[in-house]
Design a protein around this ligand. Structure first.
Ligand code: UT7
Length: 323
């Protein structure tokens, strides 16, 4: 008997305010044309003043619970992938737990920046497979608009706010790749590259700080590392790229998404793309894309999905799951 962590529900939430590229033309020396052609981004959502990361995550979690036909009391654990928790502590996860009215179980954050959802899924899978939890709510929630330096055109046009969530549930599988659920994961990090993508604030400075990125360098690492980690995860599952129904990548840049798909020899009509509408929402981008991909009718029960992401740390990873 093999226990699998199977997706029972999915949901997302995007703040109301939609910000088109043209709004940045008044702020910095940029153009809609540059942003679109260099990143694929056309618009992004920004949280309203006072709207917190936990608010976004709570709404996405509520949608995922409704999709699963479950109540908060049916959940054993909450894992939130975020780098924009509203406070140093308590965790965003316990704030979402309270927001859902959930008084049992446990909740904690995972911080692996844009790769956070792959790390959170891997942790949730471990809890379920080891029998420590039956149902885990896995949430990616971010308000990266709060980390922007609005004078830095190289970063401020790229990021957005949002949240997505999955309900994972222990189900009995056969132990084959035909099982639904998480089939393999691959996580990596290398702190030598901490300076190329970081926030220059925290307890060491007494300020929240701003996101700083050497875009070209991060781009180079992404192109090199994403296909590698996806292939390793597929290998661990005993599958290959030809078996993949959908790549659901981290949505940072359409050129990275296309480059990775090309390296994996997967056609772009098998890649879920939301970067044009959401920008880079860091750890929220994969659950957002899963939720939107399902709503569009792209992702269906039984489909084999590979997610892959890279971000600050550097940290990167991939998850293979059958929907
Ligand atoms: O999610 C975490 C991972 N993050 C990523 O994966 C992001 C990775 N990096 C990227 O997506 C790309 O590197 C960027 C979209 C950030 C930049 O694209 P690029 O093709 O690498 O451009 P670049 O940084 O080499 O900049 C090219 C030019 C520069 O001007 P010069 O030096 O050639 O005169 C920049 O100053 O474009 C300029 N530039 C801009 N021009 C108009 C940079 N930002 C802008 C802007 N508008 N917003």
């Amino acid at each position: 008997m093999t226990i699998r962590a199977v997706v029972r529900g999915v949901g997302h939430y995007l703040p109301e305010r939609v910000v088109p590229n043209s709004e940045f033309e008044a702020l910095v020396e940029t153009s809609d044309e540059w942003i679109k052609s260099r990143s694929g981004i056309e618009r992004r959502h920004f949280a309203a003043p006072g709207q917190t990361t936990a608010d976004l995550g709570t709404r996405a979690a509520t949608a995922a619970l409704a999709d699963a036909g479950l109540a908060a009391d049916d959940i054993d654990a909450i894992i939130v992938a975020t780098s924009t928790a509203d406070f140093t502590f308590p965790s965003c996860a316990t704030m979402i737990q309270a927001g859902l009215g959930m008084t049992q179980g446990f909740a904690f954050d995972v911080q692996a920046v844009c790769a956070g959802f792959a790390f959170a899924l891997t942790n949730a899978n471990a809890l379920i497979v080891s029998g420590q939890a039956n149902r885990v709510l896995v949430i990616g929630a971010e308000t990266f608009s709060r980390l922007m330096d609005w004078t830095d055109r190289g970063t401020c046009v790229l990021f957005g706010d949002g949240a997505g969530a999955l309900v994972l549930e222990a189900q009995t599988g056969t132990g084959t790749t035909e099982d639904r659920g998480i089939l393999a994961t691959d996580l990596n990090s290398d702190g030598r590259f901490k300076d190329i993508l970081h926030v220059d604030g925290g307890t060491s400075t007494g300020t929240t700080g701003h996101l700083r990125m050497e875009g070209k360098e991060v781009f180079r690492h992404a192109i090199e590392k994403l296909a590698e980690t996806a292939h390793r995860a597929l290998d661990k599952a005993g599958l290959n790229a030809g078996d993949v129904d959908w790549i659901v990548p981290h949505q940072a840049n359409i050129r990275i998404i296309e480059g990775t798909a090309k390296k994996m020899q997967v056609a772009m009509d098998r890649v879920v793309v939301t970067v044009q509408d959401h920008g880079n929402t860091s750890a929220a981008s994969i659950p957002l894309a899963l939720s939107v991909g399902k709503a569009r009718g792209q992702i269906k029960t039984g489909d084999l999905i590979v997610t892959e992401a890279i971000g600050g740390g550097l940290a990167w990873g991939a998850v293979v799951l059958r929907w």
